[in-house]
Design a protein around this ligand. Sequence first.
Ligand code: TRP
Length: 384
Amino acid sequence: MVENDECKGEAKEEAKAKVTPWEVRGVVDYDELVVRFGTTRLEGATKRRLVELAGEDHWMLRRDIFYSHRDLDTILDRQSKGKPWALYTGRGPSGHTHLGHVTPWMFNKWLQDRFRVPMFFQLTDDEKFVFNPELTLEKTHEYALENALDFLALGFDPKLTKVVIDTDLIRTMYPIALRAAKRITFSTARAVFGFTNENNIGQLFYTSMQSVPAFLPSALAGEEVPTLIPAAIDQDAHFRITRDVAPHLGYPKPALLHCKLLPSLLGGDKMSASDPESSIYTTDKPKVVRKKLMNAFTGGRVSVEEQRRLGANPDICPVFWYEHYLFETDDAKLADIERRCRSGELLCGEHKLALYAKVEKWLEHHQSERERIRAHLDDFMMKD
Ligand code: TRP
């Protein structure tokens, strides 16, 4: 059975922010998560090596948006020796894609560009079906296809990128999922995910499906091809299990790169899929985007007069965070926005309009790309 190295000490941290693959609640203390999950901060020599091997820096590294990892050095070692490795990331298709999902995907795209490695993109229509009482399998499959367009619209290389939809690729996936499942006890799954007697058994089994793409590159090649999984840190729970079972199945443990979650436009934490006002969807029309941004929470003052006098607070401001995570990649320009915000020179209404212009420009391009890709979607699908 699984030794459970990385699954120790779960489910006893009720008072802290809740960060599970299904729910992120409370104010997330990302430093504390590193300790609680037992990951390693992305810093120092490892971070420098990543940048060196990539041949350039990335704003999500400089700004600690990707800020934690497991075993990244094993991948960097392989990269320096010219040995193969692959990228794996994914999405649970419970609805349309929003900018919170796009954040780690952009970084994945950069990694593929820099290292020219295969990418496996998993769409877990099975997961969202068993976890969401409202969703039918037809619907989650439909969202899977729509979400795939958003991923591919970012420009992943058609020669190196495969999309895996769980229910479509099940013949290939099931034998590997079963081998993983046989190594995961109920006790481990319950400790890691907090399952109770009320959970359905599809939910219990699901984590074994999320392990599969971590092993697929090795299974397909018939040799060790470890994966690097860049994902939001809330997914770490699944991959602690994946890493525990890997050696028992004869596969290398996947390495992980963790990012922070794009905050809600309404203030607080992760964008909530249940509140469309909290985030911008890739399918939103300009009018809707504008309205969402104009209604966003800010770190501003109650009056213009007060803001001019006292300045605003970007530390708690989603409008500023959108710049920081996605829309102002130039550090000097970001610093200038911050300075003007703190000094009261930049008013929130003005800033919202400036951000809207950037978001709209990005969305226009993205929306045309996702329609262009539609005709080629089938070429990216991995088939049994
Ligand atoms: N469970 C993820 C979600 O709910 C989807 C997913 C599957 C995923 N495989 C992944 C996310 C790999 C990141 C990396 O969205």
